[in-house]
Design a protein around this ligand. Structure first.
Ligand SMILES: [Zn+2]
Length: 457
């Protein structure tokens, strides 16, 4: 009996799935191809088995938090909602069909293991998240989880017996859409966010995370960091649809991530004199909003000059009456750049506005050795992978910062847009993503051909 066979006999996934109360039944499969890929032909894809598998899985979950007949509409899959629980139940069922051992860590993240990891024999992990922003796209998150499932299925179909265990994570609440903190599950798992602070967060209906977890059957007394679960991962590779336009203009379906850009948020205040909108002559006004409007323009120009990104997306006008001249404006700046020097240069240009830093996250560089291995593995399978940075945050960054060697693969996004229903990856590119991930997992986990042939563990 191989390790894989032993794991199959345990089949604990169903029992774990049952613990999560309130999950509606997983929808039955209705068609072999989701509407957003209707124009594509799975058979035309390079790897038909993987294309069929991916299309089937995306179809399976397409009606969860979404109208599957309307590819132009978005997905609503906030963490710990009925929709999220349906996705977790679906994930458990898929893992069960692969004979994986499903566990839930103390922070509510689902991990499914092929083989049995231990701190002395840690595994290679992959995966992403299944939750979405409000009105989000089909790929942000699910592509990483579904590609991981497809990759494990491909390895099993090829008769591979990995020397190291392989794990798939469905990280909880990556988007932070409901409780206001992104990468919620990985932050709690790694201790970057303490349980006391986490459990009292409330959504816009006043429901606390504690209440949401209670109703999902997650043990809130044990909720918190889980170093024992983290110790089971020797290396982690997250596959994600690219959130940006870089690959759209290239011939590469896949890229390896170098780093997450440094980014921060700043606040600036602009004063004026509030007065009557009707009785104050135009030439006697000191309108704070008129003065403040130069700030978004200056930020835009500074970002252009230094190859950075700057956005003023939120402002508060006081006293806020339609018939009162604005007396005070507060503006919030979000600024990011590939390198910290560029970000500093933007802030220097904006110094006359006295921006006050509200938050700052330095760059996260993914593990150099792991990145180099991925590039080499991809070259071996004929996928030249450019290395690019990303201006979006990911669970992978949290894991890297906690000391787990981590890397990321990006799959080309044909529209470049993200957090909207218009984000789009072709089936063919997604198949290449699975091919890349399969090669990376196989390469990192080590392979043997089977008992007696390669020393399967
Ligand atoms: Zn994501």
């Amino acid at each position: 009996m191989t390790q894989f066979d032993r794991d199959r006999t345990q089949q604990p996934a169903v029992a774990v799935a049952r613990r999560e109360r309130g999950a509606p039944p997983v929808p039955e499969q209705t068609s072999a191809m989701p509407a957003f890929w209707q124009d594509e032909d799975a058979a035309a894809s390079a790897d038909t088995a993987v294309a069929t598998d991916l299309a089937r899985m995306f179809t399976d979950i397409d009606s969860i938090g979404h109208d599957p007949t309307r590819p132009d509409t978005g997905y609503h899959r906030a963490a710990w909602t009925r929709e999220d629980l349906a996705l977790r139940a679906w994930f458990a069922r898929e893992c069960d069909s692969l004979g994986l051992d499903l566990r839930v860590d103390a922070a509510g993240n689902q991990w499914a293991w092929w083989g049995t990891p231990s701190p002395q024999h840690p595994g290679v992990t992959t995966g992403s998240h299944l939750d979405s922003v409000p009105d989000g796209g089909a790929f942000d998150g699910p592509l990483g989880v579904l590609s991981a499932l497809a990759a494990v299925r491909a390895l099993q179909a090829a008769g591979v017996h990995p020397a190291r265990p392989i794990g798939i994570v469905n990280a909880s609440d990556e988007e932070g859409a409901r409780f206001g903190i992104a990468c919620f599950g990985s932050r709690v798992l790694t201790g970057a966010l303490g349980p006391a602070r986490a459990l009292v967060r409330t959504d816009q209906d006043g429901t606390s995370l504690r209440e949401a977890l209670d109703s999902a059957g997650i043990d809130t007394d044990a909720y918190g960091p889980d170093p024992a679960a983290l110790a089971l991962t020797a290396a982690h590779v997250e596959l994600h649809v690219e959130q940006g336009y870089w690959l759209a203009d290239t011939h590469s379906p896949v890229a390896v991530a170098t780093h997450i850009w440094p980014h921060g948020r700043w606040r600036t205040e602009v004063g004026g004199v509030p007065d009557h909108a009707g009785t104050t002559p135009m030439e006697r006004r000191d309108d704070a909003l008129l003065s403040a409007l130069a700030f978004p323009r200056d930020a835009h120009d500074a970002a252009l000059a230094h190859g950075a990104r700057a956005t003023v997306g939120h402002l508060e006008v006081l006293p806020g009456g339609a018939n009162v001249i604005p007396g005070h404006v507060t503006l919030w700046l979000d600024a990011r750049a590939s390198e910290e020097e560029a970000l500093s240069a933007v802030l220097e240009d904006l110094a006359p506005w006295d921006p006050v830093q509200e938050s700052f996250t330095p760059a996260t560089h993914f593990d150099a050795q792991l990145r180099a291995r991925l590039v080499a593995i991809l070259a071996d399978v004929g996928l030249g992978a450019p290395e690019i940075g990303t201006a979006a945050g990911h669970d992978a960054g949290i894991l890297q910062n906690s000391g787990t060697p981590t890397a990321m693969l990006f799959v080309r996004n044909r529209t470049g847009s993200s957090h909207t229903p218009t984000e789009f990856a072709t089936l063919s590119d997604c198949v290449d993503g699975v091919r890349a991930l399969t090669a990376c997992l196989g390469g990192l986990a080590g392979q043997s051909l089977g008992p007696g042939e390669g020393g399967a563990s």
